[in-house]
Design a protein around this ligand. Structure first.
Ligand code: FRU
Length: 488
């Protein structure tokens, strides 16, 4: 498994066959559970199951047997999982246990019209085996053919379960005392944000502002499906506002659109439930692909990987509040050695990194602007290919250019350059970059600008370059660490 071309070495991927969205993210008894949309009989999308993997550190994953498979109510689409600490469901004889809340997808009887209904499954053995609830489905609404991807959480302030799920191009919010009986609370989204495609995989959670737990805001994530008119394909937007347990109020004006990621390959991401309060993080993971071309990416025995798990935060900048993302610190354990530079002027035409050859690694750099109009790195480079990560000073944009990143011919919308704005602070810019065998993730500044992109370089394209164009840039510091594979 570890030697296959393009097999991610520090990102989660299924042993074989097709994967899409992360599902049922929950932490319980020292274990992080990652379920995922899984087609066990092929490398393209097919009848959906929940695949399963377990980790003690968010970095190393143990593959577990399939958790949920299609039954008399249909396929198992996306959803979430929670710890039912006080046995509100009555499934656990007064103990705590895991409950999965997911969408059953089938067809209306005697028609082709899709039908999507919400159902439960529960586990009394720490997620090892699952029983579907005999009262399924627990929530239906035949007005919406697209009615799916329930994300459930305990709302402490009002002492009840809250479900947010996608309903056409809106989200609907429901309440429950026991996860079985649900009552409608509100709907959000009409005329708000982007409506380029169907709304999917929502999430809703509270985050401290600038690390101050006395000042909090609610963040709503909404993934938007691929539509043929938009080259960007499927992507995720977010809203910041307030939530009183029933109604979400968007702080921004309705037409404002904010994207979580400036790259193409971060979709359907949601956050872990039940991270202990003493940890306090909101940990997120996304599906590292795009419905535009996900089914034709050039891998063989498996298809798709997840992003690196990321810790989310909120920072204020001028009059804006921005969601920031950083790789979880647990990734540090994979570092094997370090190459370091500091206080170095980078001029055009020289390459400080010509001695390095690395297939997968982590890079952290801080630059100070001088006269260069553009600067950055080329990774997975050779005479014939390169992936460029750069900063264009005048436009104040970081970008990833994967036009010559290796195999790009499998889809006409794959090749290209993706940019996102990020301002320097005191003329300084930090870049935190993760390169794996078939992906690149760039976190700029405090993580307020992120680009996640797949790349498919040749096995031998392992060169690295640091560059400056039409002038110099000052490297304040640069640390590059080869990483250990998580599979060995
Ligand atoms: C998002 C999605 C979800 C759905 C699942 C089906 O990628 O379309 O809305 O539940 O994938 O696999």
């Amino acid at each position: 498994m570890t030697n296959e071309l393009y097999r991610p070495q520090f990102h989660f991927s299924p042993q074989q066959n097709w994967m899409n969205d992360p599902n049922g993210l929950v932490y319980f008894h020292g274990e992080y559970h990652l379920f995922y949309q899984y087609h066990p009989h092929g490398t393209t999308w097919g009848p959906m199951h929940w695949g399963h993997a377990i980790s003690k550190d968010l970095v190393h994953w143990e593959h577990a047997p399939i958790a949920l498979e299609p039954d008399e109510h249909g396929q198992i689409f996306s959803g979430s999982a929670v710890v039912d600490w006080h046995d509100t469901t009555g499934f656990f004889n007064g103990e705590a246990g895991l409950v999965a809340i997911f969408t059953h997808h089938d067809q209306e009887p005697d028609s082709d019209r899709p039908r999507e209904r919400q159902s439960l499954a529960y586990s009394s053995d720490f997620g090892r085996t699952w029983t579907t609830y005999s009262g399924n489905p627990v929530l239906t609404d035949s007005r919406f053919p697209d009615f799916r991807d329930p994300k459930v959480f305990w709302h402490t302030e009002t002492n009840q379960w809250v479900m947010i799920l996608a309903s056409g191009q809106t989200v609907s919010i429901y309440h429950s005392a026991n996860l079985k009986d649900w009552s409608f609370a509100s709907q959000f989204g009409d005329g708000e944000g982007a409506h380029f495609g169907v709304w999917e995989c929502p999430d809703l959670f509270k985050l401290p502002l600038d690390g101050d737990s006395a000042r909090t805001k609610w963040v709503m994530l909404i993934s938007i499906g691929n539509s043929p008119e938009y080259r960007e394909g499927s992507r995720t937007q977010y809203f910041i506002g307030d939530f009183d347990g029933a109604v979400f109020k968007n702080d921004a004006s309705p037409e404002k659109v904010r994207w979580l990621d400036g790259g193409r390959d971060n979709y359907a991401g949601v956050s872990w439930s039940d991270i202990p309060a003493k940890d306090g993080r909101r940990i997120y993971i996304g599906w590292m692909s795009n419905w535009k071309y996900a089914q034709v990416t050039p891998t063989e025995s498996w298809r798709s990987a997840m992003t690196i798990p990321r810790s989310l935060g909120l920072i204020s900048r001028k009059d804006q509040i921005i969601v920031v993302q950083q790789p979880v610190h647990e990734l540090n354990q994979l570092k094997s050695g370090i190459y370091k530079w500091d206080e170095t002027i980078i001029d055009p035409g020289q390459n400080l990194l010509s001695v390095l050859d690395l297939p997968y690694f982590e890079l952290e750099a801080e630059f100070e602007l001088q006269t260069a109009v553009e600067f950055g790195f080329k990774v997975r480079a050779s005479d014939i290919s390169e992936t460029v990560v750069g900063y264009e000073v005048e436009k104040q944009e970081i970008f990833v250019d994967r036009s010559y990143s290796g195999e790009v011919s499998f889809h006409s919308d794959f090749s290209g350059r993706h940019a996102v704005k990020v301002e320097t602070l005191d003329r300084r810019l930090k870049l935190h970059i993760l390169v794996d065998t078939s992906s690149i993730e760039v976190f700029a500044g405090e993580g307020e600008a992120v680009i996640t992109d797949l790349i498919f370089p040749g096995e031998k394209d392992q060169g690295l370059e640091i560059y400056a164009l039409q002038g110099s840039v000052k490297l304040i510091s640069l640390n590059i660490s080869p990483l250990k594979s998580i599979w060995t």
